[in-house]
Design a protein around this ligand. Structure first.
Ligand code: G4P
Length: 290
């Protein structure tokens, strides 16, 4: 899996996207960094982090509906301690989204006062929205700016041009293309990005990925997962993750000729259901204790 992924993780258009973000930074007052609440560390691009440097910043922990709420609260505290306000949001239902604009105004309060004192009363606040592909940038802009303004793409890695959206009269949002990590050597980060669908399935070994995800579910048993795959009466620790994938395929009747399990299909179903939040609210990483 590693070799196949290593080549594809940072295609040419990502380099262009980083360049475009760098150029656009001059035009904005602050940055809203959207992270996946299930993988706040792995979905945080260190290149972007370096680029943003001293700009005021807000972290939005999106897809919080699919993350464990206790773990998300720990991430909020973690960012808080490093001086960054983080807000859990769910752009599917809209939960938490109404807190974003007031937080932007609060973040920019000192600057707004300076503008007012220098006669620039009413100047728009310009915010750049950054995040990896598929993390929910379009969905957030849709929620904030109205339905038809931004189109949600259903495939990761699609490059879009920079675009401005006006919110609440005097806040302007700049959408940027999604940028993935260039960190080729960190297999775990890559895997987590693939579990959540940020890395295209074409570039990963889907069965191996499913087996790795099953290791997570075996370590932290989850009732919903056991119910969905009819595993309630099974002792998960009796199976290797690979055997578990086979069992899942069998229980769901995914057989090919000769009665063998169609492992690829089972792997796709498992990943789809995890990505769709059907296997419970499972966070894949914890913050370091601070
Ligand atoms: P992007 O611009 O950053 O690339 O991401 P985009 O908004 O296109 O969202 C990618 C997928 O993630 C979409 O699903 C979107 O609905 C889903 N999504 C975004 N925010 C949330 C959230 O907070 N919770 C959940 N559960 N899902 C979220 P899709 O399957 O590609 O399309 P569709 O389901 O909208 O048809």
């Amino acid at each position: 899996m590693a070799d196949k992924q290593n080549i594809q993780w940072f295609p040419g258009h990502m380099t262009k996207a980083i360049r475009r973000i760098k150029e656009s930074l001059r035009m904005v007052d602050a940055v809203a960094e959207i992270l996946d609440a299930r993988i706040p560390y792995s979905s945080r691009n260190p290149d972007i982090d370096r680029l943003i440097k001293n700009k005021p910043r807000l972290v939005l922990l999106n897809k919080s509906d699919m993350a464990n709420p206790n773990v998300t609260s720990r991430w909020v505290r973690f960012f808080d301690k490093s001086g960054i306000k983080a807000i859990p949001i769910d752009c599917k239902s809209g939960k938490g989204v109404k807190l974003v604009m007031p937080a932007v105004r609060e973040l920019m309060q000192a600057q707004i006062e300076k503008w007012n004192q220098s006669g620039m009363t009413g100047r728009s606040i310009r915010i750049m929205v950054v995040g990896i592909p598929n993390v929910g940038k379009s969905s957030l802009i849709n929620k904030l700016a109205g339905k038809t303004r931004a189109r949600a793409e259903d495939k990761p890695g699609i490059t879009r041009g920079n675009q401005w959206y006006t919110i609440d009269g005097n806040i302007e949002l700049l959408d940027t293309p999604g940028v993935l990590w260039p960190k080729f050597d960190d297999k775990e980060v890559g895997e987590k990005l693939a579990f959540t669908g940020a890395v295209k399935d074409q570039v990963v070994d889907i069965e191996l990925l499913a087996v790795r995800l099953l290791e997570v579910f075996t370590r932290c048993p989850n009732t919903l997962f056991a119910e969905r795959f009819k595993l309630k009466d099974e002792k998960l620790e009796d199976y290797t993750p690979y055997e578990l994938l086979e069992l899942i395929g069998r229980k769901r009747g995914m057989l090919i000729s000769g009665g063998e399990v169609d492992l690829e299909r089972a792997a796709n179903v498992l990943l789809d259901e995890y990505r769709g939040g059907k296997l419970g609210r499972v966070s894949l990483e914890l913050p370091e204790e601070v």
